[in-house]
Design a protein around this ligand. Structure first.
Ligand SMILES: NC(=O)c1ccc[n+]([C@@H]2O[C@H](COP(=O)([O-])OP(=O)(O)OC[C@H]3O[C@@H](n4cnc5c(N)ncnc54)[C@H](O)[C@@H]3O)[C@@H](O)[C@H]2O)c1
Ligand SMILES: O=c1ccn([C@@H]2O[C@H](COP(=O)(O)OP(=O)(O)O[C@H]3O[C@H](CO)[C@@H](O)[C@H](O)[C@H]3O)[C@@H](O)[C@H]2O)c(=O)[nH]1
Length: 329
């Protein structure tokens, strides 16, 4: 019943490794360390430093560990970069995922969990966004993920494989016990950027747009604690093991916070009054993105435990401080 985590040395994948480890399972990780770090992985989790595109090596790992389930995080994740370099995104997120599916089918893997994204919805017509909302990705990043979802669902129908695709909203925070967190170089995510301003890694931060049609004029997002998200993956695997069928579900909490609310929370958690500049809207951003998360709650029996913006930013900040002290990334 071994679980393979691709991209397990990355931000979310390392938290998933912790979630399986904490539940008494020892997962195996494949990661090419292109954006991940071996030191993010919990001790005792075997790491194969290889590319998921290497079909032969992937099949060797799948057979050696008799892999029952693949939890597939490996991918390229920077939305603006996908506009500049679409081929990289279709190669790594779509083509390489296809190769992994072929290896999975060839090696008799039973279950597959895929990291999808709210970016598949593009600019939603209304919030909260249900899974049935129109799928109109605005950039190759979202399109590359949507194609993979579609391939997986077709493969699941034709083969003895059950698939869960989880569409993440805004992932943030760090393991509450300090064992992992986000170490991404040159990160652009709001909470990470604000925490870097709080530790002094950046001289200041900028709020992108204050003229949205929202209560305080800044954009609203559904920030989900990475540890709750990791839990959803473990529950998705449990559900498939007990006979649950294919599923596509949003992972968010179903409520949003504005940029200014997040900045205030980071200032309170860090007790730092870092400089916040007011800037123009970031091209492509929408005013409000919030998940309708009822399906994941019902199907996965997912009861998030960390739905608290103060805890999310406190955990993110504690991790950022630890990174700064260790002089890492
Ligand atoms: N962070 C978010 O807010 C967010 C939101 C929606 C979806 N996602 C998805 O979640 C997944 C994980 O994202 P993350 O934030 O942890 O990013 P990350 O960059 O920290 O993790 C990705 C990991 O995959 C590895 N990797 C990339 N390509 C690989 C390849 N070809 N072979 C082997 N390893 C490879 C990287 O080295 C890295 O460790 C991604 O698929 C991403 O698209 C993330
Ligand atoms: O320095 C900053 C960074 C962000 N923001 C704003 O904060 C909000 C959140 O931005 P960010 O953290 O970059 O997340 P999103 O742009 O909402 O995108 C995230 O959520 C998507 C799913 O919805 C994923 O696909 C992306 O990978 C992930 O980065 C947006 O309104 C930004 O304009 C700022 O004001 N200043």
């Amino acid at each position: 019943m071994t679980v393979l985590i691709t991209g397990g040395a990355g931000y979310i994948g390392s938290h998933a490794a912790l979630a399986f480890l904490d539940a008494g399972e020892t997962p195996v990780v494949v990661d090419n360390l292109s954006t991940g770090f071996d030191w993010l992985l919990p001790e005792g989790v075997p790491l194969y430093q290889q590319d998921i595109a290497d079909r032969e090596e992937m099949e060797t790992v799948l057979r050696r560990h008799d892999i029952e389930t693949i939890v597939h995080f490996a991918g390229s994740i920077i939305l603006p970069e996908s506009i500049e370099n679409p081929l990289k995104y279709y190669r790594n997120n779509t083509v390489n995922s296809l190769g992994l599916m072929e290896a999975a089918v060839a090696c008799g893997v039973r279950h597959f969990v895929f990291s999808s994204t709210a970016a598949v919805y593009g600019l939603p017509d209304s919030v909260p966004v249900p899974e049935s909302a129109p799928l109109r990705p605005q950039a190759p990043y979202g399109a590359s993920k949507l194609m993979t979802e579609q391939m997986l669902m077709d493969v699941a129908k034709a083969h003895d494989l059950t698939v869960t695709a989880l569409r993440y909203f805004n992932v943030a925070g760090a393991d509450p016990r300090g064992r992992s967190g986000q170490a991404t170089r040159e990160a652009t995510n709001l909470i990470k950027v604000a925490c870097e301003a709080a530790t002094g890694k950046r001289p200041s931060m900028t709020v992108f747009g204050q003229d949205y049609d929202t209560p305080d004029g800044t954009a609203i997002r559904d920030y989900i604690h990475v540890t709750d998200l990791a839990l959803a993956h473990r529950l998705a695997v449990e559900r498939m093991r007990s006979g649950g069928g294919n599923l596509i579900a949003n992972c968010g909490y179903g409520r949003g916070f504005s940029v200014l609310e997040v900045v205030r929370a980071v200032k309170a958690a860090s007790r730092s009054d870092f400089t916040v500049e007011m800037g123009a809207r970031r091209p492509g951003d929408c005013p409000e993105v919030v998940a309708d998360s009822r399906l994941a709650r019902a199907e996965l029996n997912w009861q998030p435990e960390l739905d608290d913006i103060n805890q999310i930013v406190a955990d993110a900040y504690r991790w950022e401080e630890a990174l700064a002290k260790r002089n890492r990334v």
